[in-house]
Design a protein around this ligand. Sequence first.
Ligand code: NDP
Length: 369
Amino acid sequence: MFAPQLHYAKRGHSEMEVDPSDSGHHAFRMSSRYEKMLYKRCGKSGVLLPRISLGLWLNFGDNDSQPTARDVVLRAFDLGITHFDLANNYGPPPGSAETNFGKILRKDLAAYRDEMIISTKAGYDMWPGPYGEWGSRKYLLASLDQSLKRMGLDYVDIFYSHRPDPETPLEETMGALDHAVRSGKALYAGISNYRPKETRRAAAILRKLGTPCLIHQPRYNMLDRWIEDGLTAVLEKEGIGCIVFSPLAQGMLTDRYLREVPVGSRASREHFLKSEAVQKNLPTIRALHAIAKRRGQPLAEMALAWVLRLPVVTSALIGASSVAQLESNVKALTNLEFTKQELTEIRDILRSAQTFVKLPHRKKETTRK
Ligand code: NDP
């Protein structure tokens, strides 16, 4: 069980509590509004990220309830979630999540900009013509300007290449990230969905340019463990942080689908998550649910604790369609420990379900209809 014996470390003017169980990868608890959240260093950088971050891929677009979106963002910030993750294409419609987040920033959070880490990305289909997706300098830098305008910001904290482009020289894509940082429009550079070899090359190029790669954003959850096959080792060696997206497998690793596909759930919309995938994974989900029950925590909390068990994982990047989901997920931080037996049982369940390694797709084809 996670019962931190807190040590205090003087850092500047603020007191931070250090969790000694996190050897080598210090997690800090800060006083005041940051009381309940744990923070962890992002790779070998100076940046601490909350162990749970909030992503705005879905639930924050023009088709979603704006009052709920605002409540979720504000509650997240009050819970110590300092990191909000966006991308040019989040919505739907694409761009609307950034616009809506910008409104919340202006109205409610303008005074807190220096307490927040805001990221955006470019890589997927955003506008018509040959310069509206993938990894050219032309696309990345134009997209960053558009994102800043939509959010009403002078800079983002992290700017990502959202996916590697097999036809653009990696030097060009990394050069664009370096330029974004040098121009002051981003503070750090990141990559997402890059495989181990691509990551190593990207890190070497960025290092040579003088803008080290801060962070990698891959998918990782109990149903998709591809990062264990090489990527985590590269990130550890390179000193790059890791923020894992869809740690709940888009909601499958929660109690949401144990009985049915509820109206209004992501799977009921049959867009990014299909009910077929839910059905296929149900036996695994039920077996995992039984272990979570024994541990005295909901499956969602166990699934988050499980991704956070890897020393290289800085933060779990969740989505939430309600304040209740968000609050429940943050409770995962009160029970992060696993016994050896639990880990073995989980591994056996995942093995028999053959959930290992699903490398990110690489076919160069336009995502535009
Ligand atoms: P999750 O795996 O955390 O899924 C979130 C969804 O699960 C919620 O919208 C909700 O779905 C359901 N859910 C969450 N908590 C609970 C709970 N406690 N009980 C029941 N259901 C719950 O992550 P996402 O797939 O949403 O991705 C998170 C973020 O990762 C994105 O917002 C984005 O920032 C990033 N991302 C990055 C990608 C990349 O290529 N770099 C790709 C995809 C995501 P419901 O709507 O059914 O309520």
